[in-house]
Design a protein around this ligand. Structure first.
Ligand SMILES: [Mg+2]
Length: 186
């Protein structure tokens, strides 16, 4: 079993980084914000200002872990082992994002993890038997499943699982345990 762990919104606190950069309050405590993916729209950030932020390597390099990011990472690590675990992220066509995201990995996990970091727009290219994606974007999970992989949508306030109260860490552990048993039974 190979686990592909999404960075932004799962391990890396993108939303907190945006709030800090633009000096805005965290928007997802408001009921009307639940399930809304575009944080820039919620915060009323102008497109050109948002682009400027995202094209800055420093923005990506200085993002912090999500509250449960290290626990999710450790749960996957414990289940799959280092050799079967990869980080996956969409650099969205900008070299500064490649650079900043690579810097984040080196700074937070060590340079060896750079060899385990996949930067690709279409994550479903990696889908297939024995491949598992853990991601916070509904469409990434849907596409990965449609292409023959296993996938778990992490419940976050900005996706369609926003009303699920269960801890994301517990859901990851239960999901991976379920897959491990399924593989063992074959
Ligand atoms: Mg993500």
């Amino acid at each position: 079993m190979k686990i592909l762990l999404d960075m932004d919104g799962v391990l890396v606190d993108f939303v907190a980084g945006i709030c800090k950069w633009f000096n805005k309050p965290y928007p997802y405590d408001l009921p009307e914000s639940k399930g809304v993916w575009d944080v820039d729209r919620l915060l009323g950030i102008r497109p050109e200002e948002f682009e400027f932020c995202l094209n800055n390597a420093r923005f990506w390099r200085e993002l912090l872990w999500t509250n449960d990011g290290t626990k999710i990472f450790n749960a996957a690590y414990k289940c799959a082992g280092e050799e079967n675990m990869f980080l996956i992220t969409n650099p969205d066509g900008a070299s500064y994002r490649y650079l900043g995201k690579a810097d984040w990995v080196r700074k937070n996990l060590g340079h060896l993890w750079l060899d385990r970091t996949i930067m690709v727009k279409d994550k479903s290219l990696l889908a297939g038997p024995g491949r598992v994606l853990i991601d916070d974007k509904d469409s990434n999970v849907d596409d990965f499943l449609a292409n023959g992989g296993e996938a778990l949508l992490i419940n976050r306030p900005w996706n369609e699982l926003h009303s699920i109260a269960a801890s994301p860490v517990c859901r990851v552990k239960a999901f991976l345990e379920h897959l491990r048993r399924k593989v063992a039974m074959k």
